[in-house]
Design a protein around this ligand. Structure first.
Ligand SMILES: [Zn+2]
Length: 171
């Protein structure tokens, strides 16, 4: 009998196309839990199994680089407490500080904060890469290739009008 080299090639190809799921990471790892949650959120199933608490700690109010990240984070409620959280707004946040937010996760925050963070920003998708257009808009490109409009220059004026947060983004 002669082996068929084609079949092994085919296998390798189909494996490469598989998307990461909860089973692809060590059980109980941050990645595994985030992947599992991400799937449930996509399915939007009611009566899903109980999860760990992923509230942000009371003494560690979350910081975000863009308003859209606040909105994304606000959509995910802790399944145990259903609590909303109060974000910490910056009057001025430069690009280097936006990047620093992700490094600070490991050096300036607790395990619970990281749990809360990665429940909302799963490592399969975040951190995003910032893409600035010629007219000054900023898109966030996620790891799956999707792009979110995070900032438009015209928004600066409307935020100033509101005067509530003075959410000014600038380098
Ligand atoms: Zn909770």
């Amino acid at each position: 009998m002669i082996a068929k080299p084609l079949s092994s090639k085919k296998n390798a190809k189909s494996q490469g196309a598989t998307l990461p799921g909860p089973g692809d990471f060590p059980i109980g790892s941050v990645q595994s839990r985030a992947a599992a949650r991400l799937r449930l959120q996509r399915v939007g199933a009611g009566g899903e199994p109980a999860f760990d608490c992923f509230c942000f700690p009371e003494d560690e109010r979350p910081s975000f680089g863009f308003l859209i990240e606040v909105e994304i984070a606000s959509e995910v409620l802790c399944p145990v407490h259903n609590n909303e959280f109060t974000p910490l707004f910056h009057l001025y946040i430069a690009k280097r500080f936006r990047e620093q937010l992700w490094n600070d996760l490991w050096t300036h925050h607790s395990e619970q904060y990281r749990k809360a963070w990665f429940a909302r920003f799963p490592p399969e998708l975040w951190p995003a890469v910032e893409e600035e257009t010629e007219c000054g808009s900023i898109f966030l490109k996620l790891k799956d290739g999707s792009r979110l409009l995070a900032y438009e220059p015209a928004w600066r004026d409307s935020y100033t009008e509101i005067e509530r947060n003075r959410f000014v983004l600038s380098d």
